[in-house]
Design a protein. Structure first.
Length: 231
């Protein structure tokens, strides 16, 4: 699995590195499992189309029934994996950005209690806050870069931040549709966990956000290593 190399004598503590590495492994595993689950779901959708054509010429519906029954389980599993992936990926980004920020500004190491807290799924607002840290400005410039890396990095982080902002809005819309008492405003929804506000009968709140969040979660440890190497 891909993970940045950190020297034992470097500025990161053992608990910081251990937490970053463990979350990284969880994120990569969840990402691979989600890809597999999505492939199964796509295959079953195609199978459903074939079953519809097949059973148009027969009075026996068992082929279609079997595909539909399996597809329901596959859809539920795909969502379960996606929500699990979200929990670890969002935590990896928040922890990673926090460590990156403190290393870039030469601040003291995080306490064990703080690291443990940051390893838990963050609220949508806390994730949005982490994505608002100017990571692009904290990273050292690469020599002989043909592209404006800082602008590209800033754009990518902004896109994911906007995606989380949209997710917060969706949580509010779902609550209104469900006639739930809370959340009623974006500020209120920012204090909630996505995994607890993504009902199975609604479109996934994480849609369009999880995949680019995977990429940021994998990049952050390498960004931390770059800052350490340049200091």
């Amino acid at each position: 699995m891909r993970f940045a190399r950190f020297e034992e004598s470097g500025p990161l503590t053992t608990i910081e590195v251990g937490a970053l590495r463990s979350l990284n492994a969880a994120v990569l595993t969840a990402r691979y499992e989600l890809q597999s689950a999505s492939a199964v779901w796509d295959r079953l959708q195609s199978g459903g189309d074939v079953a519809d054509m097949h059973e148009a010429k027969t009075t026996f519906p068992f082929y279609g029934e079997a595909v539909q029954e399996i597809a329901r389980g596959a859809a539920a599993y795909e969502r379960h994996v996606a929500l699990t992936a979200w929990r670890y990926t969002a935590a990896a980004v928040v922890l990673g950005v926090t460590v990156l920020h403190r290393v870039a500004e030469a601040k003291p190491p995080l306490s064990a209690a703080t690291v443990e807290e940051l390893c838990q799924e963050p609220t949508l607002g806390r994730l949005h806050e982490a994505l608002s840290v100017p990571v692009a400005e904290l990273l050292p410039e690469r020599e002989h870069s043909l592209l404006n890396e800082r602008e590209d990095t800033a754009r990518r982080w902004a896109r994911v931040r906007d995606g989380v902002d949209n997710a917060i809005e969706l949580v509010v819309e779902i609550a209104a549709d469900e006639e739930a008492a809370h959340p009623r405003t974006k500020d209120d929804a920012a204090g909630y966990l996505l995994t607890e506000h993504c009902p199975p009968h609604t479109d996934p709140v994480y849609h369009g956000v999880l995949e680019p969040l995977f990429e940021l979660a994998e990049e952050v440890p390498f960004d931390i290593a770059r800052i350490i190497k340049s200091s």
